[in-house]
Design a protein around this ligand. Sequence first.
Ligand code: GLV
Ligand code: MN
Ligand code: MN
Length: 424
Amino acid sequence: MVHLARSRPIAVPPVETDKLIAELNALAAISDCPEPPPAVTRVVFSETDLRARDYLRSLYEAAGLEVRVDPIGNTFARWPGADPAAPAVGTGSHCDAIPHAGMYDGTVGVLGGLEAVRALKRAGFTPRRSIDVIMFTSEEPTRFGVGCTGSRAMSGAMAPTDLARLTDETGDDYDTVRQRAGFAGDLAGVALPAGAYHAFVELHIEQGPELEAANLPIGVVMAIAAPAQAEFVVTGEGGHAGAVLMPRRRDALSAAVEMIAAVERLALSSKSPDLVATVGRLAVHPGAVNSIPSRVGFSLDLRDIDGANRDAVLAAIEEETDAIASRRVVKVERRVLNADPPAACAEKIVDAVRRSAESLGLGYQQMISRAYHDSLFMARVAPMGMIFIPCRGGVSHRPDEYSSPEAIRAGVETLALTLAELAS
Ligand code: GLV
Ligand code: MN
Ligand code: MN
């Protein structure tokens, strides 16, 4: 029975958790991972990504939402409000998944956003503002090296020409790949018109251990950390593993190993405890057991709540890698792919999330997001907020990532009430 109160349009949104979990499982089955679900791999603009999009569209249509797809595949499923001209309220997340990922990262925000809307509909709620469930294209950097391409372009943080020029490992550019995947139209049409959104709120698993440790169901996000990504290429001299004596070598991998150790050392000695540095990808050329590596590429992922400190550590890494290259007589080239500032959540959304959790009797804590999200960019075009739910052991970006049905339900109920308030 839905209780209509003056201050709260709905007491407890009638969330259908079993249906939502079944949909999360069905989406997880659309995967390129060689391991079975819950292991998931779903890379942007792959056949699998397109099948996942078809599945989502079928759910949006079954829910009676109006679907719009922009020229790069950002998908907006709209529940029109009573005042369709008023700036809308947005929610949503991403459905791409890094190689060997879990099944909850991003998907809980998309399918949970959809279920929040369905629950509000079931409750007989009528929003004044339209509510959009957004599925952002390629939050993960897997294919093009840069994360959040969909929200970057929507928010104007990345120009269409820069977006078009991003290339994948095979050398294909973003513009070609998105068209091959069936997404057409001028890239200039991706940027949102000013004032399109009154508010944006994203539901996401925490991807860290804090909520579980505190035994709290809801995290009210206050800010999102500043991420930077860079690529390094070290060039030395190859040769026969038996014939070239050690003093004469200019081994690109040995130099890269020293550089990677320096990255870890500089991160550990950073003045900010929130600074984290990860080298997650290494490519060794020619990659033969009996050949001295002549060229090595490695990635760098660097983050901090303090953007200035993140930049200072990046500069120190550049200096240190130059020094190592010069001592080892190799060449190091670097390309910073992105170095984004942190984003603060808007007070009005933080307050709405807090009020929603309180009215549901759910304990919460305020926290920062150490992972990045499309919300980092939506903050540039709308007041932004995020709702976190706990995940087991704080584990994410791994197949054993897990959030319980109860945790997901609490998150969707909180999201539904937050959307109802923001859209009223
Ligand atoms: C997003 O997936 C991130 O790496 O923070
Ligand atoms: Mn992720
Ligand atoms: Mn995510």
